[in-house]
Design a protein around this ligand. Structure first.
Ligand SMILES: NC(=O)C1=CN([C@@H]2O[C@H](COP(=O)(O)OP(=O)(O)OC[C@H]3O[C@@H](n4cnc5c(N)ncnc54)[C@H](OP(=O)(O)O)[C@@H]3O)[C@@H](O)[C@H]2O)C=CC1
Ligand SMILES: Nc1nc(=O)c2c([nH]1)NC[C@@H]1CN(c3ccc(C(=O)N[C@@H](CCC(=O)O)C(=O)O)cc3)C=[N+]21
Length: 279
């Protein structure tokens, strides 16, 4: 069987084109959408994502402010910057790149961001709103996956969906969104007994466990749809996901590649959230 390749790069481009039109309309009304991105230290992987976000902002027509703070920045200094950006009327979205250095408490920083500027959807108020079906920003990676499925005409309602991983930024919000779309949802984690048996039930398998090429064909049902969130560099410095693409591809109905799958959608949804930050 030839698997359908879900082209996240192409779909994200489509979304960014739509947002570009919206940005033009805002500009005509005198509104310049502005995203502030804060990075503490210079983790090379984070720098790649921050660079991609900047490029996407330029494409869409969103003004981006980059704050590159040294590794030694104190929690107090970071909090002071977030509070200053909260107050600024010309800043619509605030993103603090994670992970933060270990001397800074991430939860504390996240809860300082004004919920109406929380374009990452990480603030407890945004997460709470999602869990009870109220309006609020939704974490970009899971939101992007829903968009990928919808724009690929993959039906969600009534499907058996298994999410591997329960992190606050991917697994948990992903499960909540699939539930909202009326899938039957199972969430797996490191204490799941017999992971293979569970993942093999999935019509839609979403993998965010953070281990390169961990999911092989034995974990996957024939004809399933597989979404790979993981992103790693292998021994040969090549990008790969949590799914062993070459092994799984022949067995499935549709699959996302890495790169070019979920990653570009994360960025497109961030751009979307920035536009929605305009009241
Ligand atoms: N493309 C994109 O836009 C993004 C990609 N990523 C990538 O996605 C991956 C996951 O990220 P994130 O959610 O932040 O990762 P975390 O490390 O925060 O979470 C990993 C989750 O997987 C579970 N897990 C780990 N090992 C196993 C195992 N052997 N069997 C079953 N479950 C397991 C953990 O379980 P437990 O809770 O029990 O520890 C945990 O819930 C990473 O590769 C990351 O780089 C992340 C964000 C965005
Ligand atoms: N506050 C915060 N918000 C985040 O959304 C956030 C974060 N911190 N920390 C790190 C993770 C990871 N993440 C990615 C974004 C884009 C790609 C991406 O653009 N990927 C491309 C290219 C990858 C490459 O060339 O390295 C692709 O998969 O095709 C990947 C991963 C956002 N994250």
């Amino acid at each position: 069987m030839m698997a359908h390749l879900i082209d996240g790069k192409e779909i994200s481009l489509q979304i960014k084109e739509e947002l570009k039109q919206k940005a033009i309309e805002y500009k005509e009304r005198g509104i310049e959408v502005t995203l502030a991105v804060i990075q503490v230290g210079n983790d090379p992987a984070s720098s790649v994502y921050v660079g991609n976000k900047k490029k996407a902002c330029e494409f869409v027509g969103i003004r981006s402010l980059a704050y590159e703070l040294p590794e030694e920045t104190t929690q107090e200094e970071l909090i002071a910057l977030v509070k200053e950006l909260n107050e600024r009327a010309d800043v619509n979205g605030i993103l603090v790149q994670l992970p933060l250095p270990s001397h800074i408490n991430e939860d504390f920083v996240i809860k300082t961001i004004a919920p109406e500027k929380d374009v990452d959807g990480f603030h407890p108020q945004s997460v709470g709103a999602l869990s009870i079906g109220q309006k609020g920003f939704v974490s970009c990676t899971p939101a992007g996956i829903i968009e990928l499925l919808k724009r690929s005409n993959i039906e969600i309602a009534g499907k058996e969906c298994v999410v591997v991983g329960r992190s606050n930024i991917v697994g948990k919000p992903m499960a909540l969104l699939m539930l909202r779309e009326n899938a039957t949802v199972t969430v797996c984690h490191s204490r799941t007994k017999d992971l293979k048996e569970v993942t093999k039930r999935a019509d839609i398998l979403i993998v965010a466990l953070g281990k390169p090429r961990f999911i092989t064909s034995e974990y996957v049902k024939d004809g399933a749809v597989v979404i790979d969130v993981g992103i790693h560099r292998d021994e040969n410095n090549k990008l790969c996901g949590d799914v062993d693409f070459a092994d799984v591809e022949g067995k499935v109905e549709a699959i996302t590649p890495v790169p070019g799958g979920v990653g570009p959608m994360t960025i497109a949804m961030l751009m979307n959230n920035c536009m929605e930050a305009i009241v």
